[in-house]
Design a protein around this ligand. Sequence first.
Ligand SMILES: [Zn+2]
Ligand SMILES: [Zn+2]
Length: 293
Amino acid sequence: MIVLWNQAIDSIGVLASARLLVPLLTLIVLWCWEFWRPFFDQRDKKIRHDLRNLFIGFMNASLLAFTLGLITIVIAELVDRNGWGLLAQFTLADTVRWLPALVLLDGWMYLWHRANHRVPFLWRFHRMHHSDLQMDATTAIRFHLGEVGLSAALRCIVIPVLGITVWELVCYEILMQIVVQFHHANISIGRFDRWLRLLIVTPDMHKMHHSRLQTETDSNYSSVFSFWDRLAGTWTMRPETRSIEFGLAEFSDEASQTIGGMLKTPLWPGKRSITTSHKGHSPEMIEHRNMKQ
Ligand SMILES: [Zn+2]
Ligand SMILES: [Zn+2]
């Protein structure tokens, strides 16, 4: 047991480094990109906005790494040693099984994200991510501690059921951090977006998910691979994304954007205020649900 614990400590060292270094390097690249060529001009409040989101992200990481994070790693080590879970039922070489492992973990993330929009109790926490009025790369780490903690606790069940090993978990975490920061960034990759989103979630695809229109907020739930939304019929895309307005009507005031305001988000009434149109667009004009690509 002591050996297992020591291995878990070593693994969490790698995981913690990966969870800190990879997003940090990705963030620096995306920050430069956002300053050089932002999609929406939001440079005036960017520093204050980004520092608040970074504080939330670092607070979550430091509180969870050596608590639920460590337990998750110990469970993944046990999965590896004892051959637990779905993936162990197939005789797959280590060089092959990382792919179904990534797909299965990403499928779980799709279901979890969708549940966060459907279950009112979960939405109370998840709406802190959606209340951001200016989405950029730092929005990728703006999650309430309650949501991150619940997600980590459920992974303690999901990992042994699916049969995910430590290194498959580390690979998925690294890939997810890169893709999630990329699709939150205040950037555009122009026409290339429509090709890339055949495989992964892109900035244009995820901008839809941060729209104030509830029909758009409740769509495009995928984290890494975009095909989950196509398969489940939750895919949405506008012909253009310039007219999207970010945030939630009920959390648009400055007080909701402070660190204290963000942390208090779950305490406010759970009812969602439904926005059906904005910026002068009638619902008919924004009739684009399930549009191809
Ligand atoms: Zn969401
Ligand atoms: Zn998001």
